[in-house]
Ligand binder design. Structure first.
Ligand code: NI
Ligand code: MN
Length: 227
């Protein structure tokens, strides 16, 4: 069982096999997440899909506070290493067995730039598996045929976290097709409602998935589920 907590935008805290992972932290700069107490968040690793501010805003704070390693692409990790923060660099198509499980850094179709304008490398997503579960955190991405490769090269997914807000990433209609490509029926939505451009109709999104025989879970910010 994985305990997963939604922290707004694309940020999730996840506990698996005793390890704490935080994905794409943007909390202090997200007015919708104002009730989240960053100082209470535990992390062994910070997973960053790419360098955009809405995914890395609190990575430095959380890493220093917890002595947590950053796992991301080579360019993002190198940028943090210059600040004295340790990380584990990866690049697209590569996998590595960490103490909490195996991570494969997979293709995303998106851009990437760090907050000071530095080159952020290629955007990616993570497929993570261990004895407990297998899941996919897509990061920011368009719908892409590359997603069809995931079931061919990774264990069967128990769930996936997909962006559904449109404008900057795929919207929920495309995310339904993405769920088919990755052969996964349990989807947790992210990257919606934070800005005006990505506000969505929750009921319509849930219905779109239901019509395709799939489940879309939209969590409240601060809400935890066991999955
Ligand atoms: Ni982005
Ligand atoms: Mn984003």
């Amino acid at each position: 069982m994985i305990k997963l907590t939604y922290l707004g935008q694309s940020c999730f805290h996840l506990n698996t096999q005793g390890f704490n992972l935080i994905f794409d932290p943007m909390i202090s700069t997200n007015p919708l997440a104002s009730k989240i107490d960053i100082s209470a968040l535990k992390a062994d690793y910070i997973m960053l899909s790419h360098g955009h501010g809405d995914h890395v805003a609190d990575a430095e704070t959380l890493s220093l506070q917890n002595n947590a390693k950053i796992i991301s692409n080579f360019e993002v990790v190198s940028w943090y290493e210059q600040k004295g923060i340790s990380g584990h660099p990866m690049n697209l198509g590569g996998k590595y067995k960490f103490d909490f499980g195996t991570v494969k850094y997979v293709q995303a179709v998106h851009s990437s730039m760090l907050p000071d304008g530095s080159y952020g490398g290629a955007s990616g997503g993570f497929v993570i598996w261990n004895e407990e579960k297998s899941f996919y955190f897509a990061g920011d991405t368009a719908l892409t045929l590359d997603m069809k490769i995931i079931p061919m090269i990774c264990p069967t997914l128990d769930f996936a976290i997909l962006p559904i807000g449109d404008n900057f990433t795929m919207g929920y209609e495309d995310a339904v097709i993405a769920a088919e490509f990755i052969q996964c029926d349990k989807i947790i939505g992210c990257h919606y409602d934070t800005f005006g451009y990505i506000k969505i109709d929750h009921e319509a999104a849930i219905r779109e998935f239901k019509n395709a025989g799939k489940e879309l879970i939209l969590l409240d910010i601060g809400q935890s589920i066991d999955i």
